[in-house]
Design a protein around this ligand. Sequence first.
Ligand SMILES: Cc1cc2nc3c(=O)[nH]c(=O)nc-3n(C[C@H](O)[C@H](O)[C@H](O)COP(=O)(O)OP(=O)(O)OC[C@H]3O[C@@H](n4cnc5c(N)ncnc54)[C@H](O)[C@@H]3O)c2cc1C
Length: 509
Amino acid sequence: MNRRKFVSSMLALPAMPLLLQSCEWGDVSFDFPINVHSDRNRGHAIFKQKNLPVKDTIQVETLIVGGGIAGLSAANHLPHKDFLLCELSDRLGGTSAATNHKDLPLSQGAHYDLEYPQNYGESVLGLLDHLGIIEQMTWKSSWGFKDQQYIIPHEIKNQCYDHGKFRGDVLREGEMKSAFQQLLLPYLDKMVMPTRLIEEKYKHLNDQTFIDFLHQNMKVDDQFIRGLDYHMLDDWGGLSSQVSALAGIHYFQCRPYYREVNQLFSPPQGNDYFVSKLASQVPSEQLQVNSLVRSLEKKEGSWNAEVLDLQSSSISKIKAKNVIYAGQKHALKYILPQYYPLFSENDYAPWLVMNFVLNKPFGEFGFWQNEMIVEDISFLGFINSSAQHRGLQEKQVLTAYYCLPSDSRKDLASISMNKNTIVQKTLNYLKGYFNQGIENRVEAVYLNAMGHAMPIPKPGFLFQDKNEQVKNEQLAFAGVDHHRLPLLFEAIDSGIAAVEAIYRTSKVK
Ligand SMILES: Cc1cc2nc3c(=O)[nH]c(=O)nc-3n(C[C@H](O)[C@H](O)[C@H](O)COP(=O)(O)OP(=O)(O)OC[C@H]3O[C@@H](n4cnc5c(N)ncnc54)[C@H](O)[C@@H]3O)c2cc1C
């Protein structure tokens, strides 16, 4: 590796913006390839010239915009098979997608799920059961996963690295943690999923921030808040001063974490496992990738959509009776502007995921989640594939995560230009963790940049079903940015609920 002008003590650099605006650090180069995936330019093709050739005209009963978990779940739940799902990316899955390095699967977004208590919503449990993913566990009141080979053993689930020292949990043991657990205890079993099933009497927790809730009820110091912020960024994309008290409490109390061992399910391809299962149940020709829905208009009782084929730069005109909009809602501004105000308050966290493929695995380092507390609050540590495969492998994958502040989104545009310095900065963090440089083990690196990755559940975000407001339009919204917590279960439920809203059935439970 050549490191001209490289600033060696990157650990001293301040936090987030430097990650993306690091060109002034000088040249860094590596002798392994760094591949970048970003759908930014694909999304921006919405502004491409208007008079492109028309490829075909298609009539379907239902058009689904977006092939993430929500759109695919809607496709699975439709009462008919006369639909077309359009996804702008070159792959399905959205923030739960994966890629490959040769035969090795690499998770590039969501990477795990946990067993489901029985008081969770029946509709999602029913779909997961139907897909052959889960089964009732006879020895406890939960639904567990059938593919037991992907359960991460409890002893190697996680460890926390905090400025050079290791411990078991991000929140330090002590009086403050005990008081915190005590404070949250009454909410155990009450923080169900999907969140739309949460009882009325807890909804006031959606009106204040998590940190305000804590300040009102207990003493918290900066170190404790730093730990909480780690957790909130990791799952909700915002700090404890940004997310609602409901989101914060939900994180800790949606399962009996402190009472029981909860099965943690994490296949090597991450939640793309669920994407593949959902996609396998519907005809593949009805799931179209490279297809950007760039406009929607209702005329004479039908929806007219223009879909840009990003490979041939031509247009398909689609006429549909119903539209399920499961794409991110910020783009409604251009696609369906009259409904953008319904979502104008949404704030999204950008994320950067980095897979390091190592051709010389570390033998004894095997914790699955390696939470890292460093001075850059946006860096969240890494997942270690050796805990997923178990046993010695020829290759090992370390998947590192950054949850960025929303105002750094524009800087993701220069990700390809800055990829070397971003990788270098991350390698430096990993060097701190392993207490040795790891670049001589790296065979390839894959980056995935996602600009509108996670809707931040700020106060007021949850419990707003916008489908009530569009119910006469044969239109329904799905996706976690339709006022859900950014979780697999919520995404699936939102897809199911969108279908139920269109067909005016009330089976959704
Ligand atoms: C880094 C990261 C890690 C995560 N980890 C976990 C985890 O471990 N467990 C968990 O439960 N959850 C996790 N989440 C959250 C989880 O990924 C999401 O809740 C879920 O996948 C969201 O699915 P969705 O369908 O609502 O949205 P998305 O995944 O955002 O899907 C929307 C899709 O619509 C497409 N689209 C948008 N506009 C258009 C258009 N005009 N035309 C065509 N297509 C369009 C997009 O390209 C995208 O594919 C994570 C999220 C991130 C970002």
